[in-house]
Design a binder for this molecule. Structure first.
Ligand code: C2E
Ligand code: CA
Ligand code: CA
Length: 784
């Protein structure tokens, strides 16, 4: 592969440089060696010359002695002739050698002059001319001898200093050579070791780099500006399945390119990219330059699927180790999928996969915004239908959640039979669904569709061989007619749905009269929100007494609104408003807080009293009510048995199954339950039997008139008997006089409550009343 070749080329360049360096050092080494050796021989030559000169001097001294012996007359010139000739020959040989090295001819000629002077003297002696010989000796021989000796002296000094210099230089040369040798060895060894280390490091880093590329989930590609690939990392080969690539991924038919591809064909990355992303990648490849990388998100076709990749393109064309554009592709597919899942989950119901409340609100706002932009009239009105299944809870409870879930899953396809493709179906939670009819046109169409939906929902469902029947209550609100913003329309569709359920009519259109949203009521509504946070709600307490003993056995807490401008407002004037606007939840919470706070004070004062709190029908549909009550009991430290919750018959009948479940959980907490206003609504004794209640309150409309209306008296009596038969304690409310109380005692009524005993009173007034309350006997005496 190209990269590898380039790495080894780099090695070659390094190696030849090293060879040149080593050769240079070797040449230097050789030169120093040669100089040293020649200096050494020069030195040796000089020493030899010096020695020759000394020998010449010795020969001349012996010649001088011979000459002196002759001139002193001890021997004849003939006696010394032979010896003299031999000495002269030796001297001449030595002189020739010494002069050839010192390149001087003066010595030989000086010797010649001395020799001829001695010869002259000896010739005169041999003929007896002693006097003249002595004169020659003095005038010629002696000076010639001295001259030779001076020359010898001079030559010898020069030779000895040359020898010393040569010796010194040659010694220095040896030192330098040795130093150079050592240096060279160290240098070569050092280079060798460093090269080894570098090779090791390169091997390691290449292995690491390779492992990184091999194991990385990122795909690494090298391409040219046209997208032609010259390298694919193993992961890229794997993911792109290049070896087995289909014809579609291979463009052109060149050979040998893409060494890493192993496909033997020219691969172009652009051919692998989804066609709608191709231009973006092409632009990135063209525009990238060494100073600035480019990142582009593309979808890439792999062997099995389409993957989303973030490709970061780096221009490494000028890097000889790469020589191309490096494409690092980070696979975003899983992250994308996760993100989509999270987004989907945030906006969809997990069970049915339908849009949830948030998505419905979003679509609703879109649809309303679009029709507002279009300036359309009623023709583009949008209807919101809220659907609540009537018998769903029963199925869940009797057959189990699995059946309930399966049924909920079948709701969407069932509704789709009636709806157009563009209509939105959402699940708001539990068994509550919503349908958004965009551009439905008019109310009549919306109502017609609602009836069709209701009808398909009444057709039996089948879950695992079991046939299930449900019914639905549908509330309708229409944009333009009932409001302009999603929140208001949602709330009004909810009011309508609740009305449909309450009246058992199946489909109901929002009607301001059921809602009571007159401007005055709307102002009151705003005030009520404020009242909840401003402590404007207070409780009055009305005692319940045991009919036989007169003992105070509890109180009923009744809410009042102390309006800053309007004064005291009775509950009948704001409870329905709260019920229809979703404020009943917070209102009930506030009442429970006040009632439990008071209960706690009575406990602390050593005169514990059971406090009854009224619940609305809407509270009974709140699945979290029991948890909420438990939390409040804990917070105020009040025993559950000191709390009684009063619910009306009709509230239970709105959704009997759900209400029963909520009541059962409250009962399990240890809270007492009471059926309020019994007899006023439609009576379902069957349900009463199944409810975990302990008390039955006869509606005050019968009690108050029982003295004048005998049929009402009969009802009161029957209800008390019924209660007793069911094991419930019977309470008569609306006891306005002693006669009624007396009659109730005759019916064996357990508890009485009414203006005759006491009006509802603020806590402090109630305490004063209680302190003064003498008990039934005296009370009857007083009344009597
Ligand atoms: P209720 O639960 O039937 O409460 C009894 C109502 O009868 C009270 O009216 C009480 O003042 C009144 N009353 C008591 N004794 C007599 C009597 O001898 N003769 C007559 N004619 N009336 C008598 P109030 O306080 O105006 O409450 C009206 C209704 O408002 C209550 O009827 C109850 O349904 C509702 N309510 C009161 N407080 C609350 C509350 O905190 N939450 C809820 N959800 N509803 C409440
Ligand atoms: Ca009540
Ligand atoms: Ca009542």
């Amino acid at each position: 592969m190209r990269k590898r070749r380039n790495i080894s080329a780099g090695h070659r360049i390094d190696g030849s440089r090293r060879i040149v360096a080593v050769a240079a050092v070797l040449v230097l080494f050789a030169a120093v060696m040669t100089i040293t050796l020649s200096l050494k021989s020069v030195g040796e030559q000089s020493v030899r010359t010096e020695r020759d000169l000394q020998a010449i001097s010795a020969e001349l001294h012996s010649q001088d002695a011979l000459e002196w012996r002759a001139i002193s007359g001890r021997v004849t010139p003939y006696d010394v002739a032979e010896e003299l000739t031999r000495s002269r020959t030796r001297a001449r040989v030595l002189t020739t050698r010494a002069e050839s090295s010192s390149s001087s001819e003066k010595l030989a000629s000086a010797q010649d002059r001395y020799d001829s002077a001695v010869d002259d003297e000896l010739r005169l002696l041999s003929v007896g001319r002693t006097q003249e010989a002595e004169e020659v000796d003095e005038a010629e021989v002696d000076p010639a001898f001295d001259a030779v000796m001076d020359l010898l002296q001079e030559h010898s000094g020069a030779a000895s200093s040359a020898a010393a210099r040569a010796q010194w230089l040659s010694n220095a040369g040896i030192v330098i050579t040795v130093a150079l040798g050592l240096g060279l060895t160290a240098f070569v060894e050092n280079r060798r070791r460093r090269a080894q280390l570098r090779r090791d490091a390169e091997r390691r880093s290449e292995a690491r780099y390779r492992a990184l590329i091999d194991r990385s989930s990122d795909l690494v590609l090298v391409s040219d500006r046209e997208g032609v690939l010259s390298y694919l990392s193993p992961s890229a080969q794997r993911v792109l399945a290049v070896t087995g690539a289909g014809a579609g991924t291979v463009v052109g038919a060149g050979a040998g390119a893409g060494a890493g591809a192993g496909a033997g064909a020219v691969l172009n990355v652009l051919a692998l990219v989804h066609e709608s992303d191709r231009d973006a990648l092409r632009v990135a490849l063209q525009q990238v330059h060494p100073q600035r990388g480019v990142t582009v998100d593309v979808r890439l076709r792999t062997d099995s699927s389409m993957r989303t990749l973030a490709i970061s393109v780096q221009d490494l064309t000028s890097d000889p180790a790469v020589g191309g554009l490096v494409l690092t592709c980070h696979d975003l597919t899983e992250r994308h999928e996760l993100q989509q899942q999270l987004e989907h989950r945030a906006l969809h119901d997990t069970l049915t996969g339908l849009p949830n409340r948030a998505l419905l609100a979003e679509r609703f706002a879109q649809v309303l915004g679009a029709s507002a932009d279009g300036g359309a009239g009623t023709g583009s009105a949008t209807a919101l239908l809220l659907i609540d299944l009537d018998r769903f809870k029963e199925i869940n409870d009797t057959l189990g959640h699995h059946y309930g879930d399966e049924l909920l899953i079948q709701i969407d396809p069932r509704l789709r039979q009636v709806l157009r493709a563009g209509d939105t179906i959402a699940r708001l939670g539990g068994d509550e669904f919503a349908v958004l009819l965009a551009g439905v046109g008019d109310l009549e169409t919306a109502v017609a569709i609602a009836y069709e939906l209701q009808e398909v929902l009444t057709l039996p469902f089948e879950v695992e061989g079991v046939t299930l029947d449900v019914e639905a209550s549908i509330g309708i609100a229409l944009s333009g007619m009932h409001g302009d913003d999603p929140a208001a329309l949602m709330q009004r569709a909810d009011v309508a749905m609740y009305a449909a359920k309450q009246h058992g009519v199946g489909v109901a259109v929002y009607d301001s009269s059921i809602d009571g949203h007159s401007p005055e009521r709307l102002a009151l509504l705003g005030d009520l929100r404020r009242a909840l946070s401003n402590d404007e709600l207070i409780l009055h307490y009305q005692p319940k007494i045991a009919v036989d003993t007169g003992e105070v056995c509890g109180v009923e807490a009744l809410v009042r609104w102390q309006h800053p401008q309007r004064g005291m407002i009775a509950p009948d004037d704001f409870i329905p408003l709260a019920e229809n606007t979703g404020l009943i939840g917070p209102l009930t919470t506030r009442v429970l807080e006040l009632a439990l706070g008071q209960a706690r004070r009575w406990v602390d004062a050593g005169e514990a009293l059971q406090v009854a709190v009224n619940l609305s029908a809407r509270n009974l549909l709140d699945e979290r009510l029991d948890r909420h009550v438990a939390e409040l009991l804990t917070r105020y430290g009040v025993a559950p048995a000191l709390l009684k919750l009063e619910v009306t018959e009709s509230a239970v009948m709105v959704d009997p199954v759900r209400a029963r479940a909520v009541l059962q959980r409250l009962h399990a907490l240890g809270v007492q339950l009471s059926i309020d206003d019994f007899g006023a609504g439609y009576t379902s004794l069957a349900h009463l039997k199944n409810l975990p209640v302990s008390e039955l309150k006869v509606d005050r409309s019968f009690v108050a008139t029982m003295q004048t209306d005998s049929s009402n008296a009969m009802i009161v009596r029957s209800v008390i008997e019924l209660g007793h038969n069911l094991g419930l304690s019977a309470v008569a409310e609306g006891v306005e006089d002693a006669a009624v109380l007396k009659a109730l005692a005759g019916y064996s009524c357990d508890v009485a409550q009414g203006y005759h005993v006491s009006r509802p009173l603020p806590a402090d007034a109630f305490e004063r009343w209680r302190a003064a309350w003498p008990g039934i006997a005296e009370h009857q005496a007083i009344a009597g």
